[in-house]
Design a protein around this ligand. Structure first.
Ligand code: ADP
Ligand code: GLC
Length: 483
């Protein structure tokens, strides 16, 4: 099966969140399942730089009249062939791929991401004479227009190309003024309730949801949640209507990247049953950040975007209690300025117990999972969440809100689930300060029972979280679609 994966980010070249981890790992996992996979990416500088032996496949004139080049090459270490759209006027900007230095979305984002979808549909229509996909699989709103261009320009004389659209986060929708419709080469009929129109604007997210053949999202629970008004971000009606083609496929963990037995980014390697290295990772991190060198009380870790979604105001308000119980916190994150500031201020007043790193640092993220005992993920909503799974792998038990993919992966340390070796973390139902702090007290209580703690950690670290299970679920979906 020939599959084109379309996404705006890809680890290790360009990453702002979990989307990149997925886009970086899924192609190879699909290839192991026998698929012939290529990826299509916008030409952000790190993505262009990552393309080995690029050749120009085609010069294209966009619907708004610019000339851009489609390059073809391979992504080296990833072992995947890729198309990259070389359009420096649109993509060659430093920093975040979506926003300027003041965190404002770029004014021409409609063009920057329409182009991604438009080129995907050209490839589906045979732009590359040597390779034509049978399925176009696009990810999040950045690639949502691929489904619209495909559906609206279907050529009945050509074999039909199926489209799969994966929602990684319904909260980011790609909304733009309806005035841009014609310049993007979309017909007026698209601007309707039965199309990509959303309250008078055009929605790239809705384009994906409306025009795709199959919709997936990144966990079974989130697939249900987004069909409710509470979590549907205004699109729950459409999602309910399309419920028969909507499913949840849980993300996996790239075990070549997130594995303490081979991880070169951490102080010492370790694995379940041979845990001495984890203690060294912990001392190294305490030392690096000037935290008290203690080994009898838990270290809590946070690696996260600092946004409303992640529920970290609960952590902030629980810091006095965390410190009073003897715990330590190491946080790495960036996002909303008020939250960065509040965590920083707390750390300045409690330097022995709390270390806060504002920024984005792949290597430090690994060191925090390795050094910590508990990974905090109290998200308000969470489509899948990867950090709780990285927590399992590194023996840092997740403490999470029972929502989305967290509900599908984290099993609370109740006595009955510990007895059956199901327990792997701490989970709270009530999204409140009390709910969070009770779960935190459970973590402290279990940590004091060293044998029980070690058993749960050992079980969590042995969980099989690799991409193969997810990849075979995607393959089953592609097969249905091709049939
Ligand atoms: P989301 O995609 O909503 O941000 P996920 O849990 O799916 O949440 O994925 C987050 C990814 O981004 C993980 O790989 C995590 O390690 C990484 N990450 C988040 N914030 C940072 C940061 N400040 N520095 C380094 N990595 C980060
Ligand atoms: C999104 C979601 C996150 C998910 C990730 C990868 O960023 O917020 O929950 O794990 O995409 O699918």
């Amino acid at each position: 099966m020939k599959i084109l994966q379309v996404s705006a980010e890809l680890f290790p070249l360009l990453k702002t969140g979990g989307l990149a981890d997925v886009a970086g790992a899924l192609p190879a996992a699909l290839q192991s399942e026998g698929c012939d996979v290529r990826v299509l990416l916008p030409g952000f500088t790190p993505l262009l730089d990552g393309l080995h032996k690029p050749a120009c496949l085609s010069d294209l004139v966009t619907p708004w009249g610019d000339t851009v080049h489609l390059l073809y090459g391979d992504l080296g270490a990833l072992g995947v062939k890729a198309y990259v759209i070389d359009a420096p006027g649109l993509y060659a900007r430093p920093g975040n791929p979506y926003e300027d230095a003041h965190r404002h979305p770029y004014g021409d984002n409609h063009r920057r991401f329409a182009l991604l979808g438009w080129v995907a549909s050209l490839l589906a229509h045979g732009l590359d004479p040597h390779w034509r996909p049978q399925i176009v699989h696009s990810h999040d709103w950045h690639a949502g227009l691929a489904c619209a261009y495909l559906a609206l320009s279907r050529d009945r004389r050509m074999p039909r190309v199926g489209s799969v659209y994966t929602v990684h986060n319904l909260a980011y929708q790609g909304l733009f003024s309806a005035h841009h419709l014609a310049e993007l080469g979309l017909p007026p009929v698209a601007m309707s309730l039965h199309g990509l129109e959303y309250h008078g604007q055009m929605s790239f997210m809705k384009a994906g949801l409306y025009y795709s053949d199959r919709i997936t999202t990144v966990s079974p629970t989130y697939a249900k949640e987004i069909q409710t008004p509470e979590q549907g971000c205004g699109l729950d009606g459409l999602l309910r209507e399309r419920g028969s083609v909507l499913s949840g496929i849980l993300n996996g963990v790239d075990e070549a990247v997130w594995n303490p037995a081979v991880d070169k980014l951490i102080q010492s390697r370790y694995e379940a049953g041979k845990m001495a290295g984890k203690a060294q990772c912990r001392s190294a991190l305490q030392n690096a950040f000037g935290l008290e060198a203690q080994s009898t009380r838990p270290v809590f870790g946070v690696v996260s975007r600092l946004t409303e979604q992640k529920g970290l105001h609960l952590v902030l308000a629980a810091l006095d209690s965390l410190v009073a119980q003897g715990g330590q916190l190491v946080l790495l994150g960036s996002g909303e300025a008020w939250m960065e500031q509040a965590f920083r201020a707390y750390a300045e007043n409690h330097p022995e117990s709390v270390a806060v790193n504002v920024g984005y640092d792949e290597s430090l993220a690994h060191r925090i999972f390795a050094a910590s005992d508990v990974t905090l993920v109290p998200s308000r909503f969470e489509p899948c969440g990867l950090t709780q799974m990285y927590g399992f792998k590194y023996g840092s038990l997740p403490l999470a809100h029972r929502v989305g993919g967290l509900a599908d992966t984290v099993v609370d340390c109740t006595l009955e689930d510990m007895a059956t070796k199901q327990a792997n973390g701490f989970i709270f139902d009530d999204f409140s300060q009390n709910g969070f702090e009770r779960a935190m007290r459970r973590a402290f209580a279990l940590y004091a029972r060293r044998k029980d703690w070690a058993d749960v950690v050992s079980h969590a670290m042995r969980l099989s979280m690799g991409w193969q299970r997810s990849a075979s679920a995607y393959v089953a979906l592609y097969r249905q679609l091709i049939a």
